[in-house]
Ligand binder design. Structure first.
Ligand code: PLP
Length: 397
């Protein structure tokens, strides 16, 4: 049986991680993998998570099964965190949700829900988008189509082209994947004004937003980063959302995520909730509980929540400071457009206007590692190596 299998190419990001690991140069800057890092290149466990782990260790009395839709306290506290306690659909019981195995599991459940509805909806993703969107969603069944998003010349969002494409080519009932904040791989986000135009556009064209909220809290803060999601959720009759706790709680390997669907009525929410349970049951039966239990503890305890949100502020502040330093260093050397982009973009990523050859040269000549697309994770830099980074970018350009 196994003889018929074809060899698969190594995942691009894993290959890059291995190359960076093998490089012992003191000048090395690893801007590859999408995890938050401190100045010394570590991805530590957050203090709030450590405190919650201690509490959980003392209080947990069983490892028995939980539920196909996961930990109830996790779902409740996460919904309140993402939407706010006063959010009308939440108060009216119109949001169905399920804990999922990371943001990826949440996207998968969202895709399964779309496909189960049987409307043959196509799913539109931005160009470019997170490399795993198309395989994760497309392998469930829906046809994946692409709308224009990032302009590699202006280094900003091609908003008018995005709307024009969806207006001309998307059919009613199609689903549009939108990054809620901190777009991966470009860092170029929709402005508040653009969300204000997008929400009624989607409603009027019968398109269903599917908001990927993998980095909320790491762009401009929890409120600002959920602005677009909250808006489409009250403007459009139906919205799907996939959130991850990998980055903002640094719980990567624990695999913590949440899928939610804002529906028209309480009855519909119950129906979708049942679907989520049944879909998860046939995929992996249940999501892992440990990480979700920690998040529920943190969000459910005022003191722990404060410790966590302060840490999140620090992470966000560090990345913004690095952006500022890199932008200043690039500006001094005359690269005005990249300097502007780096400071206007959000979260971990920016996509630099570099060719594959230039990215290779950065790696070979300067020990600087980033994705072949020019995506860099700013958290991989630090105050000391920013001048080297700026000079190297200018050198390969
Ligand atoms: C845009 C986007 N969505 C979803 C995910 C999935 O996150 P998780 O690691 O929680 O599965 C990622 C992870 O990098 C991402 O960048």
């Amino acid at each position: 049986m196994f003889e018929s299998l074809q060899a698969r190419p190594t995942d691009a990001i894993m290959a890059l991680m291995q190359l960076a690991k093998a490089d012992n140069s003191p000048k090395k800057i690893d801007l590859g993998v999408g995890v938050y890092k401190t100045d010394d290149g570590a991805t530590p466990i957050m203090e709030a998570v450590k405190l919650a782990t201690e509490l959980n260790y003392k209080e947990e009395i069983t490892k028995s099964y939980v539920s196909t839709i996961g930990n109830a306290a996790f779902r409740e506290t996460m919904l309140e965190l993402i939407f706010g306690a006063d959010y009308t659909p939440l108060k009216e019981g119109r949001i169905a949700s399920a804990q999922a195995t990371g943001g990826s599991g949440a996207l998968r459940l969202g895709a399964e829900l779309i496909w189960s509805a049987g409307d043959q909806a196509s799913v539109w993703v931005p160009t470019p988008t997170w490399a795993n969107h198309s395989p994760l969603i497309g392998s469930v069944g829906p046809e994946i189509k692409q709308y224009p998003y990032y302009n590699k010349t202006t280094l900003g969002v091609d908003f008018d082209d995005m709307l024009a494409c969806l207006e001309q080519e998307a059919k009613r009932g199609d689903v549009v994947v939108i990054h809620g904040c901190c777009h991966n791989p470009t860092g170029a986000d929709l402005s508040k004004e653009e969300w204000d135009r997008l929400a009624p556009f989607l409603r009027d064209h019968g398109l269903v937003p599917f908001v990927d909220l993998a980095y909320f809290g790491l762009g401009h803060g929890l409120e600002a980063d959920t602005y677009g999601l909250r808006l489409v959720g009250t403007t459009c009759p139906e919205t799907i959302m996939a959130a991850s706790c990998s980055k903002n709680f640094a719980l990567y390997k624990e695999r913590v995520g949440l899928v939610a669907a804002i529906t028209n009525s309480k009855e519909q929410a119950e129906l979708v909730q049942g679907q989520f349970g049944a879909l998860q049951r046939r995929l992996t039966s249940m999501p892992p509980d440990h990480g979700a239990a920690l998040v529920a503890k943190i969000l459910g305890d005022e003191k722990l929540r404060k410790v966590w949100s302060d840490e999140l502020d620090t992470m966000r502040g560090r990345m913004q400071a690095l952006r500022q330093q890199l932008s200043d260093a690039l500006r001094v050397q005359g690269a005005e457009n990249i300097a502007d982009a780096v400071i206007n973009q959000n979260g971990m990523f920016s996509m630099l206007p570099l060719s594959v050859e230039q990215v290779t040269k950065l790696r070979e000549d300067h020990s600087i590692y980033m994705m072949p697309s020019g995506r860099m994770n700013i958290a991989g830099a630090n105050g000391e190596n920013i001048p080297h980074l700026a000079t190297a970018i200018l050198d390969v350009l």
